[in-house]
Design a protein around this ligand. Structure first.
Ligand code: SF4
Ligand code: FES
Length: 237
């Protein structure tokens, strides 16, 4: 398919089917997949397509996003079975005519593709030096002085893909263990044993199944599995 641009050559388009997992507590419950068809050009990301579908086809579609450039982490979801950032994933690069979208696993679902990230922060302490106050958002009345991890965009992809998180809900999780290990590098020698003891609790590093999936899906090169392996070496002496 080609769409005239009014400036010479028509823009090449592909017809893509988006199978999106829908859920609205009490209304679309249990969840089900709904299909939307969209003409997509080679530059459009999955997030662009979600915005088009919401704008033109279904204003009730719920998903999270903010920055559009892989900095905020909010748009992570499961795209064709793999945890990815919707704003970083070009649809043509998926090389398929059907794109399946589902919410991250391991988090309570709010609606459609949006999940509640509260649990992500359960094991991360506000006073850790790996946290930084976020830059004020352009145009935002109040950025709220939110704290952000310095080298992790808090997307939750590593938590979603982790088999230990699926099997044992209280697992501390790859991102929290990576943050804890980073915090150990920043703190004094006297404080390190307490942090290591915290990582060594049964629902901490010992629960890791060494699947390495967290490092494979991480969009920012945190490599949580490497941090967990370092914690294991420290624990075992
Ligand atoms: S460690 Fe990577 S995958 Fe996990 S939350 Fe941080 S950025 Fe996302
Ligand atoms: S919208 Fe911010 S990371 Fe995708």
């Amino acid at each position: 398919m080609a769409v005239p641009t009014g400036q010479g050559e028509p823009e090449p388009m592909r017809t893509i089917r988006f199978k999106i997992s829908r859920f609205k507590p009490g209304r679309i419950d249990p969840s089900r997949f709904e299909t939307f068809v969209l003409a997509v050009n080679e530059n459009m990301t999955v997030l662009d397509c979600l915005e088009q579908i919401r704008l033109v086809q279904d204003p009730t579609l719920v998903y999270r996003h903010s920055c559009h450039h892989s900095a905020c982490g909010t748009c992570a979801c499961i795209i064709n079975g793999t945890e990815r950032l919707a704003c970083l994933t070009r649809v043509w690069a998926l090389a398929t005519t059907t794109v399946t979208l589902a919410p991250l696993r391991g988090f309570a679902r709010i609606a459609d593709l949006a999940v509640d990230m509260t649990g992500f922060y359960r094991e991360i302490e506000a006073e850790w030096e790996v946290l930084r106050t976020a830059e004020p958002l352009a145009g935002a009345a109040d950025s709220g002085g939110a704290l952000r991890l310095e080298n992790c965009i808090e997307c939750g992809a590593c938590v979603s893909v982790c088999p230990a998180v699926q099997a044992h809900p209280p697992f501390m999780g790859p991102a929290a263990l990576a943050a804890l290990h980073n915090q150990m590098q920043k703190t004094t020698a006297e404080q390190r044993p307490a942090l290591l003891a915290r990582a060594a609790v049964p629902h901490g590093e010992p629960m890791c199944e060494r699947a390495l999936a967290c490092s494979r899906v991480c969009p920012t090169g945190v490599y949580p599995a490497r941090h967990i392996a370092d914690l294991r070496r420290l624990r075992l002496g």
